[in-house]
Design a protein around this ligand. Structure first.
Ligand code: M6R
Length: 602
């Protein structure tokens, strides 16, 4: 949550900051701001509670910015303090010498604020981050900026990615602890950002700040970790694809990313399917054998994990449990558990703290993430990249499919390696997986045709019910999550058999009830119960369904769908439904209210 950028650039820094903030806006869009040093060596800040586009207009009109070459920028997801210009970053010290941007939470801000106020400091916002600027100010009287920032972070509890700008010297210092930050240099200058995609147009390689790092952003970066000089962290190649960050012919990133799923599936299978039909893929991860599996994640990533756990259970009889990351402290892991942690960003605080909580159990950790260089990737015993490409829409779409397929590949291979699956059957399952891109393409075509007319009858509905059975349940859950997130309408998801145990009371004349799957006879009974109460059933299933998205194949001999994976193509229909309804309701489908893509606070 919150996006940070800083630059010391050869050309005016304002345009770099604004462009980077535009790419970081997925991390929060409550307000945006920048701080630079003008010609007269005075601090210049520009802030808005509008979007980054508005900040860009203000920056373009500010002549004092035209020659500024170093500065910091921030896009906010509000934690402490209302959404207002006063609370927007950057925050400054008493005398306008120091400006800071911060992502994270200063857990002991109240105590520090009281101490600073008692010491005569004037704090002007409600934001926890402001104390950082004033703490740096207190140390600058006796120390250089680098040391002042070190002494400051020693006082902080919580999490932070910080960049501090000293107006007097033009110094920039970055620090990180449990919040992501990368640093890079190129012919454009030196940059710091929350995410490499923000600066990917200008750099080819980058370094990741580790917890405890305090780094001077200068041609000769001074790198210290918990007070000790260390070598700069390893250089990593920037792999962001240029097309990932542009809309192309699409009206929004959500529609682009839904559409990309067949191609993403091809990419995932190219990467992982070859080793999946035997033990090789599993063995390449060098993880110890397991007897049970636990999946850990939040939101859509947890749903992908649940689908993977289901595969391990259905195909290999592996006992499994699912752990909502924010509740991990109550989870009990049995010996011999493989913990599969899923997170597209790899920076989700709940997942990282969940790992902390589960660490004493000693389980080996396999990360499935779209960001191998993330904190999760660095921390796990083995990492599998899910190759989805950058996902810009706040609602996860292609990363769900990519995580699920990555997990399906490793599940098949692991089951062979553990003697739970015959290699011949593994070959068959891997061939099945190779049909997924085509199944997704057909599902996309069917959804594009059949969803828009259905949505017309749903715009007035206050709430929605989603139903599935067995392997379909997790897809129904994912559909409900997507609908809530994009349309701001209530959506309840249940295994269909549970309907009569309570949720049926929600169904009245015209209540939309979305049913995922049509392969289970018992669903018919649930559908009849809904129809008897006037509910408006929309079924996602085979050729006769309202949304005929499941099991299409141009291969007449192929079995419809992949029953052992569940109706994974249904996700395309569910995403399309949520997006179409959101568009019809005038919602911002790429940036739903109150949310951010990378949730780096607990
Ligand atoms: O980056 P992560 O995959 O760890 O994020 C987890 C959730 O915050 C995320 O999946 C969220 O539920 C999505 N916005 C849902 O579309």
């Amino acid at each position: 949550m919150c996006g940070i950028v800083a630059g010391r650039t050869v050309r005016p820094v304002g345009t770099y900051l604004v462009e980077a903030l535009g790419r970081l806006e997925y991390r929060g869009y409550d307000s945006a701001g920048i701080a630079t040093v003008d010609d007269a060596e005075q601090l210049l800040t520009i802030k808005t509670v509008d979007r980054v586009d508005d900040l860009g207009r203000q920056v373009a009109l500010e002549p004092r910015l035209w020659r500024a070459t170093h500065g910091i920028g921030h896009t906010r997801w509000a934690t402490h303090g209302a959404v207002s210009v006063r609370n927007a970053h950057p925050h400054t010290d008493c005398h306008g010498r120091i400006a800071i941007v911060h992502n994270g939470v200063v857990a002991n801000a109240d105590a520090l604020r009281a101490e600073l106020v008692a010491g005569g400091h004037l704090l002007t916002s409600d934001v926890d981050s402001e104390v950082i600027a004033h703490l740096v100010e207190t140390h600058l009287a006796r120390h250089d900026l680098h040391t002042s920032v070190e002494l400051t972070v020693n006082r902080l509890e919580g999490s932070w990615a910080i960049v501090v700008l000293d107006v007097r010297t033009g110094g920039l210092v970055a620090a990180a602890h449990q919040s992501p930050l990368v640093m890079a240099r190129s012919s454009h200058g030196d940059f710091v950002a929350s995410d490499i995609s923000a600066i990917a147009d200008w750099v080819d390689e980058f370094r990741v700040l580790e917890d405890g790092d305090v780094v001077q952003v200068s041609p000769v970066a001074r790198w210290r970790r918990r007070g000790v000089p260390v070598l700069a962290s390893e250089l990593r190649p920037c792999t962001v694809q240029p097309g990932d960050l542009s809309l192309g012919r699409y009206p929004d990133f959500m529609s682009k990313e839904i559409d990309e799923q067949p191609a993403v599936a091809e990419r995932v299978l190219d990467a992982w399917a070859t080793g999946a039909s035997g033990p090789d893929l599993w063995r390449s991860l060098a993880l110890p054998p397991f007897r049970r599996v636990a999946v850990l994640g939040c939101g859509t990533s947890l749903n992908a994990g649940r689908a993977i756990a289901g595969i391990l259970g259905r195909v290999g009889n592996v006992p499994h449990q699912e752990i909502i990351a924010s509740e991990a402290s109550d989870a009990v892991l049995e010996p011999g558990t493989l913990l599969i942690a899923l997170s597209q960003s790899g920076e989700t605080a709940d997942v990282l703290r969940g790992l902390d909580a589960l660490e004493p159990a000693g389980a080996s950790v396999l990360a499935i993430t779209n960001n191998e260089h993330s904190a999760l990737g660095r921390r796990a015993d083995a990492v599998m990249a899910c190759h989805a490409g950058t996902e810009v829409g706040v609602a996860a779409s292609k990363t769900f499919t990519a995580q699920l397929l990555t997990g399906a590949c490793v599940a098949v291979s692991a089951l062979v390696a553990h003697g739970r699956l015959d290699p011949f059957d593994a070959q068959r399952l891997t061939s099945d997986l190779k049909r997924v891109p085509e199944l997704l393409s057909q599902a996309l075509a069917a959804s594009r045709r059949s969803v828009p007319p259905l949505v017309d009858g749903m715009t007035e509905a206050r709430g929605f019910v989603f139903l599935g059975r067995g392997a379909a349940t997790v897809f129904a859950d994912e559909g409900a999550l997507k609908l809530k997130e994009l349309t701001y309408r209530w959506a309840e998801s249940y295994p269909a058999g549970e309907l009569k145990h309570g949720p049926l009371a929600l169904v009245e004349e015209g209540t939309p009830v979305i049913v995922v799957g049509d392969q289970d006879d018992r669903l018919a009974a649930s559908i009849a119960e809904v129809r008897a109460r006037g509910g408006l059933v929309t079924q996602i299933g085979g050729p006769a369904a309202d949304i005929p998205a499941l099991g299409h194949s141009t291969d007449p001999y192929a079995v419809a769908g992949l029953p052992w994976c569940g109706p994974l193509e249904s996700v395309v229909a569910l995403q399309t439904l949520a997006r179409e309804l959101a568009v019809a309701l005038g919602r911002d489908v790429d940036k739903p209210r109150n949310l951010a893509k990378s949730v780096t606070v607990e």
